[in-house]
Ligand binder design. Structure first.
Ligand code: A2P
Length: 274
């Protein structure tokens, strides 16, 4: 079981992170404390989740030194200017109570209120700001989220800086193969958000049967599947027992079962963009 991935900028990232999307502040605080207590060293949040201050407080209260924790947050999807990107990055630093971020991502290629619109110029401006903040040492690594290959290419062309990661919705039966393949070819680590399809996948009988055969929970199988596909899972839970369960991934998925899981298609398509 790998415990770290090496990014294309030479830095390492813990191979599983705690997701905090849809975790309200008190839940996020308790979840981060529980996660760090049971061995997580990687926490994923976003300005838009409205829980950065709770995450930051939990990190400070954890007793684990900042240098031993990996924190990711994200630029709001509607901020598409150089100055705006710098300003919102500083806001996140302040909310988290830290003076650097391990990873900072452009949350989406377009505002969530205008999915699919062409924001190429704005994304390039924001990307330039992230690249400059990286040069300043405020951001250790930079990347994107919810981007397709054709949305990543202009950033690289304009700046010469390739994103270290692309965080996308990725789970068994919904693996966004074209984006996954683009990232593989360009050395961009795919981070898998909603590795349990926000809980919906837990009712899948076919996956449950494989999990039972392997003697693991369905959630563990789904999370390990992401790693077997070379992606970095970010399971979200606010339940300490599940949080601990989701990190116990010391088992293998036999090739014949990977084939079955890879053949599952069309589960819970995105509610946005075709
Ligand atoms: P809870 O937070 O109450 O534990 P995703 O990571 O795809 O966003 O999925 C998150 C959803 O899956 C949440 O509803 C979470 O509920 C649930 N969940 C997370 N881990 C487990 C687990 N090990 N077993 C069952 N449900 C889980």
């Amino acid at each position: 079981m790998i415990d770290k991935y090496l990014l294309n900028d030479g830095r390492e990232i813990p191979a599983v992170g705690l997701g905090t999307w849809q975790s309200a502040k008190p839940d996020a605080y308790r979840a981060v404390r529980a996660a760090i207590d049971c061995g997580y060293r990687h926490i994923d949040t976003a300005y838009a989740y409205d829980n950065e201050d709770a995450v930051g407080q939990a990190v400070r209260d954890s007793g684990v030194g900042r240098e031993n924790l990996y924190i990711t947050t994200k630029l709001p999807s509607d901020i598409k200017t150089y100055g705006g990107a710098k300003e919102y990055c500083l806001r996140s630093l302040k909310a988290l109570g830290t003076d650097y971020l391990d990873l900072y991502l452009i949350h989406a290629p377009w505002p969530w209120s205008a999915v699919g619109t062409d924001c190429t110029e704005g994304n390039i401006e924001a990307w330039k700001a992230l690249a400059d903040l990286k040069k300043d040492g405020i951001l250790r690594s930079i990347g994107v989220s919810n981007f397709r290959g054709e949305e990543i290419a202009p950033l690289v062309e304009a700046t010469g800086v390739t994103p270290a990661v692309n965080q996308i919705r990725f789970f068994i039966g919904n693996t966004q193969e074209p984006v996954w393949e683009y990232c593989r070819q360009h050395g961009i680590l795919v981070e898998a958000y909603s590795p349990l399809a926000t809980g919906k996948i837990l009712e899948n009988g076919e996956i449950a049967a494989i999990a039972e055969k392997l003697g693991v929970s369905l959630a563990q199988l789904c999370i390990k599947y992401c790693i077997c596909r070379g992606t970095l899972p970010l399971p979200k839970s606010v339940n300490p027992v599940r949080i601990a369960e989701n990190l116990k991934l010391n088992f293998e998925i036999p090739e014949e079962d990977m084939k079955v899981l890879n053949a599952i298609k069309g589960l819970f398509p995105k509610p946005y963009r075709s």
